[in-house]
Design a protein around this ligand. Structure first.
Ligand code: NAD
Ligand code: WQD
Length: 335
């Protein structure tokens, strides 16, 4: 397939790009580099040893996007582009509605104008809000608790309405993506202080930060720390390939959980990382972070059945891969 990849210079997009090229697809990346890296694209090219196009543009720029569609004539879109920081979305909600909802609207208009009828969208487990039960299945109520989550739900709603008449949309609800490419050449490189746990732990391990603040140790979990379903970035990338393959046989709109079905606590992740790095991870136990819940765990059965996909890697694999990347690239992509 000819696949247009929005946000392909970002963390999940760049890793998926490499797997996409390895699977024999052609790709055109559209990214405004607001949170992505030219160097990630350079390395994707080296790792895949394949050519792909790159257009530095914002998906809300209808003219440039239209030119990209006209020139590349994609069969499908993998749509990663968007803003993703929960806290920032509370401070700047309109920026999130503009980028995530407005950006997707612009993208769907371009797809319609150019007869492109297949899209796989980066949704998030955050659409469920506070769990009523675990594991979270796709029938769980959709009650996002912050503007970021609202934008993901609004895009899902838009896709549901857009799909039909030959148009196919699949929203992948990622749980907690972690890890890095097995080569150690690509990984996660957050700008500023990492919001997410594994990149923070990685920066403690490499000595860029003194210690991890563990947010809460009195939750109703095995050891009192928060429990999440961490999905290895390589498994996540493969879920996108599986979605592209399955799309024509799926319902017009599908929303599927992408997780492992197993939980790991903060303490367990820190232990796995310390083992992988062969270093101690200093921790301070502080109060819970506002908006956090004790546990989120995916029920991935629908994705397994409908995509013929299953997660194969675990938290030890992800910790080793992340450390491989962080230790070889202490300053990330260095941009
Ligand atoms: P990322 O920030 O690394 O990648 C997003 C990419 O999109 C960046 O390269 C950025 O430059 C680009 N971008 C943003 N707005 C754009 C615009 N208007 N036009 C063109 N390019 C634009 O984030 P990621 O972790 O790779 O996440 C990818 C997608 O997956 C996002 O939609 C995110 O909401 C979703 N998601 C991420 C997680 C996670 O924990 N990382 C979890 C669930 C869902
Ligand atoms: C994991 C656990 C924290 C940092 C977020 C978004 C979600 C999705 C994935 C995009 C929790 C604890 C964390 C730290 C800590 N993103 N923690 N110290 O909150 O499950 O999900 O990223 O869609 O929408 O909300 O992930 O990695 O931030 O936290 O103790 O410095 O680690 O309390 O228990 P979260 P996370």
């Amino acid at each position: 397939m000819r696949v247009l990849v929005t946000g392909g210079a970002g963390y999940i997009g760049s890793h998926t790009l490499v797997e996409l090229l390895a699977d024999g697809h052609e790709a055109l990346v559209v990214d405004n580099l607001s949170n992505g890296f030219q160097e990630a694209l350079n390395r994707a090219k080296q790792l895949s040893n394949k050519h792909f196009g790159f257009i530095d543009c914002d998906i809300r720029d209808a003219v440039s996007l239209g030119k990209a569609f006209a020139a590349f004539k994609p069969d499908a879109v993998l749509h990663f582009a968007g803003l993703k920081a929960v806290g920032e979305s509370v401070e700047k909600p309109l920026a999130y509605y503009d980028n995530n909802v407005g950006g997707t609207l612009s993208l769907l208009r371009a797809m319609d104008a150019h007869g492109c009828q297949r899209i796989v969208f980066s949704s998030s487990a955050t659409v469920y809000g506070t769990p009523h039960y675990l594991p979270l299945d796709e029938a769980h109520p959709l009650e996002p608790v912050n503007p970021y989550g609202q934008t993901k739900l609004m895009v899902e709603t838009m896709l549901r309405d857009w799909a039909g008449d030959g148009r196919k949309a699949c929203a992948l609800r990622y749980f907690n993506p972690v890890g890095a490419h097995e080569s150690g050449r690509m990984g996660e490189d957050p700008r500023g202080i990492p919001n997410n746990l594994m990149p923070y732990v990685a920066q403690v391990a490499i000595g860029r930060r003194d210690a991890l603040n563990v947010f809460g140790n009195d939750y109703d979990t095995r050891d009192g720390t928060g429990e999440r379903d961490y999905i290895h970035i390589t498994d996540l990338a493969h879920a996108h390939l599986a979605s592209l393959r399955a799309l024509d046989d799926l319902a017009d709109f599908e929303a599927l959980n992408i997780g492992t079905g197993a939980g790991t606590t903060v303490k367990e992740l820190v232990d796995a990382y310390a083992q992988a790095a062969g270093r101690e991870i200093k921790c301070y136990y502080v109060g819970p972070r506002a908006g956090d819940v004790a546990s989120t765990i995916a029920c991935p059965k629908q994705a397994q059945a409908k995509l013929d996909w299953t997660a194969r890697l675990n938290i030890d694999d992800a910790s080793r891969a992340s450390w491989h990347w962080q230790s070889q690239n202490p300053e990330g992509y260095g941009e």
